[in-house]
Design a protein around this ligand. Structure first.
Ligand code: ARG
Length: 462
């Protein structure tokens, strides 16, 4: 950071700021990442001021040219950020004045840092929502690809982490996909409220200049204007809403991760995550650790932490702007960064995942996964479901004792439990028969999985 320059906002104060207080209250260390949005907002503001004759066209042009120069300086890492100028807004304004002289001092007419920062944060978040959405879609595409490839692949489905019924791997992938559809909807919904313009609210009450808020909103691509100036400068709901969306999405990724971790263990051995997404151990030569999913599970906590951070930040604030709000940026930025990184690595990882159909099949064969199919079979033969449940329970107990799956029992053995059983029973006891029979909307049958994939593709509008 460069040596302190003269402050832009200190004439009323007779004593210089304590050196540590200056550093303590500064935000330029982390808000400089919004420089593009800050410049964009200032250009719109200057353009509007000229249109209502608060600035001349010449003044406007000098200001815009100066701001463009500053943008290039920052882009090229030639800008000297200064703690003494506190934040991104004053750093840029001070540099503008240094570059173009007194005309630069007119830029802040009819504006406050309070509406300026609220505008910058909204613009920044809006700009980051686009890449987040495209990473989300990349992950969805990867899931669709795996679902399509593994539409017929059978694995045991679990409830209580106990083998329940056979399902298809494609169906399982489409369950994850559904969660991401809802996440995308939440993001799109939140994006509407992010895209509202606070500019013109000034410090809190509006301004005495004849500003045109519609014009700045339109220049900046906002869909609407924040209608109350007090609310405009103090509202951070949009950031909390975004973080809530992010928390739910990370919760989903964390659940997926939990399954990948279990599936890639030696005990399950259902999937291979690929060497490029795992690491070894510094001491145990045999290890291939699922670091990426574990880390995603860990990073979920960060995003939750950021959510509580933002909630707590807002809960005690009276209207309108309070300096507390400066603390909104780091959690929000951290959530954005974490989300982008997590989605990116997840999409790549799912693109590289391979499954082990033999192991999944054997696991499905071991857990009496077709017991419900046998009960349903008996119901079709006229047995009441509760009685059928009982019959199958006894068959399973027999199987456990004799280490036999239902499909491995002889017809005579099965008939000893119910005389409704005939030799067509073996059709329903196979894993293929079991999944194929769940052939309705939302069921696990391979052709339902294929139709779910077709539907999913038809709904995509990215
Ligand atoms: N750096 C400040 C923030 O992040 C900008 C707004 C400062 N406004 C003020 N009245 N001190 O919120």
């Amino acid at each position: 950071m460069a040596a302190p320059k003269k402050k832009l906002s200190s004439a009323r104060l007779t004593q210089p700021t304590n050196a540590f207080v200056e550093e303590f209250t500064a935000s330029v260390q982390f808000d400089q990442r919004m420089y593009n949005q800050d410049i964009q907002g200032s250009i719109a503001h200057a353009t509007m001021l000229a249109s209502v004759d608060v600035l001349t066209n010449d003044e406007r042009d000098q200001i815009i040219a100066g701001l463009e120069t500053i943008r290039t300086e920052i882009d090229n890492d030639e800008f000297e950020w200064s703690i003494a100028q506190e934040d991104v807004h004053m750093n840029i304004e001070a540099r503008l004045i240094a570059l173009i002289g007194d005309v630069g001092k007119k830029l802040h007419t009819g504006r406050s840092r309070n509406d300026q920062v609220a505008t910058d944060v909204r613009l920044y978040l809006r700009d980051m929502i686009a890449p987040i959405k495209s990473e989300l879609h990349r992950l969805q595409d990867a899931l669709l690809m795996v679902a399509e490839r593994e539409a017929d692949t059978i694995l045991p489905g679990f409830t209580h982490l106990q083998v329940a019924q056979p399902i298809t791997f494609g169906h399982h992938m489409m369950a994850w996909y559904e969660m991401l559809v809802r996440d995308t909807e939440r993001l799109e919904d939140c994006a509407k409220r992010v895209n509202s313009s606070p500019l013109g609210a000034a410090a809190l009450a509006g301004t005495t200049f004849p500003i045109n808020r519609e014009m700045t909103a339109e220049l900046l691509g906002f869909d609407r204007i924040c209608l109350n100036s007090l609310d405009a400068v103090s509202d951070r709901d949009f950031a909390i809403e975004f973080n809530s969306f992010a928390s739910i999405l990370m919760m989903h990724l964390s659940r997926f991760s939990e399954e990948l971790i279990i599936w890639s263990s030696a005990q399950f051995n259902f999937v291979d995550l690929g060497d490029s997404f795992c690491t070894g151990s510094s001491i145990m030569p045999q290890k291939k650790n699922p670091d990426v999913p574990e880390l995603i599970r860990g990073k979920t906590s960060r995003v939750y932490g950021n959510m509580f951070n933002l909630f707590t930040l807002m809960k005690n604030q009276p209207l309108a702007y309070n300096k507390d709000n400066q603390e909104d940026k780091e959690p929000l930025f951290d959530t954005i960064d974490t989300l982008l990184g997590s989605l990116r690595v997840y999409a790549d990882m799912m693109g590289a995942i391979t499954v082990k159909p033999e192991n999944m099949r054997n696991a499905a064969l071991r857990g009496y996964a077709t017991a419900t199919d046998l009960a349903d079979y008996l119901v079709r033969k006229g047995v009441a479901f509760r009685d059928a449940h009982e019959v199958v329970g006894l068959s399973v107990a027999y199987g456990i004792k004799h280490n036999q799956d239902l499909s491995e029992m002889s017809l005579e053995t099965l008939q000893s439990f119910s005389d409704h059983i005939t030799d067509d029973v073996f059709d329903v006891l196979t894993l293929e028969g079991s999944v194929a029979a769940r052939d309705h909307l939302g069921g696990t049958a391979p052709n339902q999985v294929r139709s779910a994939i077709r539907y999913a593709k038809s709904q995509r509008n990215d």
